[in-house]
Write a new protein. Structure first.
Length: 162
């Protein structure tokens, strides 16, 4: 027994189904691309915000410490700063350390020679200091690499330097 379909029967042809599936595939592909582009932008924004906050905290700490210094000297081609305070026998340094030199630390050196260090910030990729003739210390600090990197600058005049 064979059944013959009449011309009045409803349904979709194979060509119509293939065209509609192709259109749905294009729509889903474009939605997928937009979604993941948004996710990538969001992640870059979060990374940039982390670098900005990290840089700001580090720069605030450096400026706060140098503000009360009685002696300041730039070392290491401008990548390190040595400073002291009146009445304090310790000497202090800000420098980058670590396997990739991206950890900013404050080193405390006792008069007897023992040292300790306090980690200030991570992922600091560049740090430069300069002292002008008026003893104003200029600081430039970069955190991160690529499109997420942040560079901030500040300057401070140590109040205890004559």
């Amino acid at each position: 027994m064979s059944t013959v379909r009449g011309a009045a029967e409803d349904g979709f042809s194979l060509v119509e189904l293939l065209i509609s599936l192709g259109i749905i595939g294009l729509l889903l592909g474009s939605i997928y691309g937009c979604y993941f582009s948004g996710i990538r932008s969001w992640q870059q924004g979060i990374a940039r915000m982390d670098h900005q906050q990290n840089s700001r905290i580090a720069l605030d700490k450096i400026v706060r410490e140098l503000h009360y210094a009685s002696y300041v000297e730039v070392l290491g081609g401008g990548e390190e700063i040595y400073f002291r305070f009146n009445g304090d026998r310790k000497s202090y340094y800000f420098r980058r350390v670590g396997p990739e030199r991206d950890d900013l630390v404050m080193i405390h050196r006792q008069a007897g020679g023992s040292t300790s260090q306090t980690k200030i910030a991570l992922e600091i990729t560049a740090l430069t200091f300069a002292v002008d003739e008026e003893n104003r210390v200029s600081i430039s600090l970069t955190s991160g690499a690529g499109p997420e990197s942040i560079t901030i600058r500040s300057s401070v005049r140590p109040r205890n330097i004559p």
